[in-house]
Design a protein around this ligand. Structure first.
Ligand code: SF4
Length: 383
């Protein structure tokens, strides 16, 4: 007889605040090898993805005696109505509302793991939350957590797709659950709504076009992407917002995912003025801090330009004279978009001392734009 049953694990998981749980077999990811190859050949995979396919599909590289994967999901679809912003704001994705979900899920899985261990002392377990290259959505799909939406998100009929995923690798064998086939039907709302046209066809995403990736891309962004980013500071929820499954998804009361210091529509000047201490206070406890202050401020500069936020001009000027060359370049560009000719003097002054070639180029382009030597296509700006 088994030391623990699936039903006992399900019941305990629910008492820990885990909304969904399913079981998959360790080799369920092998079949994705060719898909990964196809994505890479099409340039659909983004630079932060693991290049070694084996690491993405073989959980035995993490635990050699694995016999099951327990997939869990926790809804972050909290019932929260945010205040109307008074000033220019940037948008924070729901994944970054409240406490960093990595810690919240780890805590719940540790509790569940403790319970399994209390019944099966010899079991080996490994809890994972987005800290490894395994294909977590594919695991969730194979464990019956939900179906694949055309936006490649995992959608559960009751909870929608606003769910965080986690996995427990386990040395005990459990009968795998049955995957659920897509229930999107004829719907293509997410394909039409995606501002980056990243859903190139149903179930196929070009991650390089996804604005969620753009907001965490630390490098220099191309002009078209910058315009499409609109007000986004971290992440993008558009393809999920339009999904009918999320419109009628169950709401949860989960205080840890209710926004605290970081607001869903956060004041742009507040972000632009952040020093390290403020960044730690506001962004530190959330899931959006991992790409660092510089990237978040860059996105706020872009949001100012995209929304013609003239109240930000003085703060942008401060950044232009500041100690970060990357941000100096971006602020020169933003000032040339929203400011007037009088700003040429400041940009010119900073350009004279600028040591970074890329920033210099941005400043020279900004000066040309202010002088009217360059026509900028602003189509789509201000979303
Ligand atoms: S918006 Fe429509 S097509 Fe896209 S995931 Fe939702 S149901 Fe599927």
């Amino acid at each position: 007889m088994k030391c623990i049953t699936k039903d006992e694990i399900r019941d305990y998981a629910s008492s820990c605040g885990i909304d969904l749980i399913g079981f998959a077999e360790p080799d369920c990811l092998v079949k994705y090898h060719d898909l990964l190859k196809e994505r890479e050949n099409n340039n659909y995979s983004c630079p932060i993805e693991e290049k070694n396919y084996e690491k993405r599909i073989n959980p035995r590289l993490i635990m050699d005696n694995i016999r099951s994967i327990i997939s869990i999901a926790v809804s972050y679809n909290v019932d929260y109505v945010h205040e109307k912003p008074q000033k220019g704001y940037g948008i924070i994705s729901r994944t970054s509302w409240g406490t960093d979900y990595h810690a919240v899920l780890k805590n719940k899985m540790d509790k569940l793991g403790g319970f399994i261990k209390s019944r099966c002392p010899d079991v080996e377990l490994k809890c994972l939350v987005d800290n490894n290259p395994l294909l977590e959505r594919a695991i969730a799909y194979n464990a019956g957590i939900g179906f694949y939406g055309k936006n490649s998100m995992i959608i559960n009929e009751e909870y929608g797709s606003y769910i965080f995923l986690g996995e427990i690798l386990c040395s005990i064998y459990f009968e795998p659950d049955t995957p659920v086939e897509s229930k999107c039907g004829e719907c293509e709302l997410c394909l039409k709504a995606c501002p980056g046209q990243a859903i190139v066809e149903p179930f196929k995403i070009n991650a390089n076009r996804c604005l969620s990736f753009a907001t965490i891309n630390k490098g220099y962004l191309d002009d078209k992407t910058v315009i499409k980013m609109g007000r986004r500071i971290y992440g993008c929820d558009t393809c999920q917002k339009v999904c009918p499954y999320n419109k009628w998804a169950k709401k949860v009361s989960r205080p840890e995912f209710v926004p605290d210091k970081l607001k869903p529509k956060h004041d742009l000047t507040d972000i632009l003025n952040m020093d390290n201490k403020k960044f730690k206070q506001v962004f530190g406890p959330t899931a959006s801090s991992w790409r660092g202050k510089r990237t978040i401020i860059r996105n706020a500069i872009i949001a100012c330009a995209n929304t013609n936020e003239k109240n930000c001009i003085n703060t942008l000027k401060k950044i232009l004279y500041g100690d970060n060359s990357y941000l100096r370049g971006y602020s020169a560009w933003a000032l040339s978009v929203i400011g007037g000719k009088e700003l040429s003097k400041d940009i010119d002054e900073v350009l004279g001392k600028e040591g970074d070639e890329r920033s210099k180029k941005m400043m020279i382009d900004a000066l040309k734009k202010l002088k009217g030597d360059v026509f900028e296509d602003n189509t789509g700006r201000g979303i």
